[in-house]
Design a protein around this ligand. Structure first.
Ligand SMILES: [Zn+2]
Length: 442
């Protein structure tokens, strides 16, 4: 509206609201079905005296009581990618990827049409507030090397990809190769989400042995988990909502401490897809290595023709070659029809695992009361209530008796939900269970 129009309208505003309604009504009767004029023209065309002649009762506008509901597809699968250094200083390793290789990975996500969403989009989806694509990716970068700023940021900006970066506060502003405060601020201004990776990056479970009693240990945990959040929030004036377990080491105690500290989520290094049912404080993540493509391929393969690689034999496992030999049921990334499947893994590769030191977690169920047969090395658990979601993830953690190290294995499988309604469902489930027995008897 120009200045004249505004002036005229202001004059009119001194009259009663009813008169404005009259103005509009009269205007319509004058203009008939011709192309409507702009509102200021209407107003300026009408002599004020005419306005009073028309009677009209203004009706209140009826607004819908609730906003239209967002339709959320709960079957989406989300790959959380975890990077460390993105740098050409030094040769590529599990923790360091070359800059060009990182760039080509970002490019291939774009070429394959795989959308990158923010961590926050994932949370909004889980709260039924925002839909996300069927298959999508979240980018995370750990530790706080300055190459996030120098090398990753220009590439992420170019592709307009959101990202989350996990810093541990002792590393921040240190010598030479770490991010300084102004770089962190710049990352935040460029759409990066600041998150915490503890205070000292120590092993949060193994450190227990350094303390004489549990209370002292838990006080230390508080400093590591809540202390880092408080200090990042104080320095940068933004909310820090997510935590990354150093070395991916976590337990039920750590989960509860992270929750108590006020985080809304935590990421692990369990290589599996996140889905609608993923526990918020144990979100799986694929650590992307610079010297091999195992996790990259597993993470960016969404089955069918989607994603960047279609590995029919892909084991969606996170650690190393020896783990790839393990027999799973349901098989990694396979589709089953049984809504009450037995979940199994053959761990006989690892000699005599202690049954006290093995845990199975299943998305949507948490830690489950699995049975471990020490003689055969087979762990199993039958799902007790019908699966309702398309994708389920399984996490196994145990202590390898050979070197006393913690091992984490995870994989995902899919459920064909419509098969349940076919008349031959019962017969097909029987066949599927026979197939499992066959695989495990070989
Ligand atoms: Zn780290």
């Amino acid at each position: 509206m120009d200045f004249n129009g505004l002036r005229k309208l202001t004059k009119l505003k001194t009259k009663k609201y009813k008169n404005i309604v009259h103005v509009i009504l009269v205007c319509f009767s004058i203009c008939g079905c011709d192309r409507p004029k702009s509102s200021e023209e209407f107003i300026s065309d009408v002599p004020v005296e005419e306005i009073k002649k028309v009677e009209l009762v203004a009706k209140p506008i009826q607004l819908p009581e609730t906003p239209p509901k967002v339709i959320i597809d709960k079957s989406s699968r989300v790959t959380i990618l975890g990077y460390h250094q993105i740098s050409d200083r030094g040769s590529p390793s599990e923790m360091r990827i070359g800059v060009e290789k990182f760039r080509s990975q970002m490019q291939s996500l774009k070429d394959a049409g795989v959308k990158v969403i923010s961590h926050n989009d994932y949370l909004l989806w889980k709260e039924d507030k925002k839909p996300i694509p069927e298959n999508c990716v979240i980018i995370t970068i750990d530790d706080g090397y300055d190459d996030i700023f120098d090398n990753a940021l220009p590439i992420l900006k170019e592709f307009k990809y959101p990202f989350t970066f996990y810093l541990y506060t002792k590393f921040l502003g240190g010598s030479g190769r770490t991010l300084n405060e102004s770089e962190v601020k710049e990352l935040i201004l460029s759409g990066g989400e600041l998150a915490s990776h503890s205070t000292s990056h120590d092993f949060l479970i193994r450190a227990r042995k350094n303390f004489s009693d549990q209370n002292k240990y838990e006080e230390w945990l508080l400093r590591e988990i809540k202390g880092s959040k408080d200090s990042l929030e104080k320095i940068f004036g933004v909310k820090v909502n997510s935590f990354a377990y150093p070395y991916g080491e976590y337990s039920d105690l750590l989960v509860s401490k992270v929750q108590e500290a006020g985080y809304h989520s935590a990421v692990t290094v369990n290589g599996a897809k996140a889905n609608y049912a993923s526990p918020m404080y144990e979100l799986p993540r694929y650590i992307i290595h610079g010297n091999n493509d195992i996790n990259w391929k597993a993470g960016t393969s969404f089955g069918g023709n989607v994603g960047l690689s279609n590995q029919t034999n892909s084991s969606n496992v996170s650690t190393n070659e020896e783990v790839l030999k393990i027999k799973f049921w349901p098989r990694a990334e396979s589709e089953i029809i049984d809504r009450l499947p037995e979940i199994r893994a053959d761990l006989s590769e690892f000699n005599s695992i202690d049954s006290q030191k093995i845990t199975m977690k299943v998305s949507g169920f948490g830690v489950v009361p699995s049975d471990f047969d020490e003689d055969k090395g087979i762990i199993k658990w039958r799902v007790p209530r019908k699966l309702r979601v398309k994708s389920t993830s399984v996490f196994l953690s145990f202590v390898d008796p050979l070197d006393e190290t913690n091992k984490n294995i995870s994989w995902s499988f899919n459920l064909n939900l419509s098969a349940y309604y076919l008349p031959e469902y019962g017969e097909n489930v029987k066949k599927e269970r026979e197939l499992m027995e066959n695989i495990f008897s070989q």
